[in-house]
Design a protein around this ligand. Sequence first.
Ligand code: FAD
Length: 468
Amino acid sequence: MAGPQRVAIIGGGISGLATAYFLHASRPAPEVVLLEAGGRLGGKVLTREVAGHRVDTGPDGFLLRTPGMRALIDSLGLRPALVTPASAGAYLWSRSSLRRLPAGAQFGLPHRIRPLLESRLLSPAGLLRAAGDLVLPATALPDDPTVAELVRARFGDQVLDRLVDPLLGGIHAGRADRLSARSTVPDIEGLARESRSLHLALRRRANGASSGPAFATLETGMSGLVDALAATLDDVRLGTAAIAVEPLAHGYRVHLDPGGPLDVDAVVLAVPAPAAARLLAPLAPDAAVALDEIPYADVASVVLAYPQQAVRRPLDGTGFLVPPAEGRLIVGCTWLPAKWSHLADPSVVLIRCSVGRHGDTRWTVFDDQELVARVHRELAPALELSAPPLHSHVQRWPHGLPQYTVGHSGRLGRIDTALRALPGIHLTGAAYRGVGVAACVADAERTASVLIDSGRVRTSGQTTSGQA
Ligand SMILES: Cc1cc2nc3c(=O)[nH]c(=O)nc-3n(C[C@H](O)[C@H](O)[C@H](O)COP(=O)(O)OP(=O)(O)OC[C@H]3O[C@@H](n4cnc5c(N)ncnc54)[C@H](O)[C@@H]3O)c2cc1C
């Protein structure tokens, strides 16, 4: 049976754009209409001009090692624009100083001993406990352990508090004692279940890992990816919100604001979970309830441009992370010219700080000016700053990062079950199977191929995991 003739994609973030791209590239291609409520495409992907440079205030890069992301970059002709990090290594702001994070760690978990010893991040007792992973019997993990439960059982509290929790803050704006290991770091959870020693399993995996940079950005900033995807599409409607989805005998009617209704064979919801919940509430109330249970962290990016001579500390790494126990507003700080060579400038130093993590909304009460002042005050001792910033830019991201807390996979299961009654409705996006840009692209490709291959859009159920 032929696939859908006309598909509405609701949401013009990277997930909606990539789904539209993959559908458009399929043969025979359905007619694709991309609906975006806002006045621009990209969603959380946003490049702004700060002090004459194109600076990302959402994601500032993506995982390059995933095959789907590499293929997308190549097929969009973006390989010449790729920029890989200019420096390696980062710091931790802990007990009033910057301490080098040990090399040879995956997700903060050590797979090489010597850099961990040399970092002096752990006390002798903490090191001894971390080494316990080598001799302790296999851990009996609960069905859906938190990241904290998994890490503490193998390596103890100090690895958790000083290495893993800060990293979870930097990447997910999340907390180890809330995030599900199975959903947030499935590969590490898998290794922990299969192997007695997680350290040895990580070491084996690191030895077999492909070389080459894992992370990259574009010299145009990440909006270059948005522009390249958008250039392949025919029907993109900005400033057009989907306000309701009504089932028809065959397909769906999407009600728009502004604009008349749009009749389609299939609908892809590529919007954040709360927006998907609102659209699905009348059609699939159980799915809407599960979607509303997915929590989000409110975060902001604060970009500061300092005069070159005001930054006295050498920027010999990509930046630093801050453990929650420090009580700071700053969760992570990127030294942009050190990380991305195209942002180096002889007159200004661009620094990007992230504030906000799940459960910490202190920053939301400050206006932009106050937020900049507080972030500057926290940065001053770390970077030995002698002057305030020349320019600043604050980008607030309410509901910025979805949290895969314990029970996440159960919630996805409930959404799948509820959507079986709505053939042709699909969900994709950061809220489900991976938060990062590369994971969103992978999920978009999977969603597009389920839609195209199945040919069952009008006759049988499609699920969030792609199984009927
Ligand atoms: C500060 C920050 C830093 C990050 N850093 C990184 C990083 O370095 N690397 C990385 O890989 N990932 C990073 N991420 C994560 C990644 O950027 C996001 O998870 C991803 O971009 C989300 O894409 P999305 O398309 O799923 O959702 P979104 O970007 O949220 O897009 C959803 C779109 O749907 C639209 N919409 C909502 N409701 C409607 C409606 N009713 N009708 C029509 N349109 C609607 C919205 O306007 C929006 O444009 C970061 C995220 C943030 C916030």
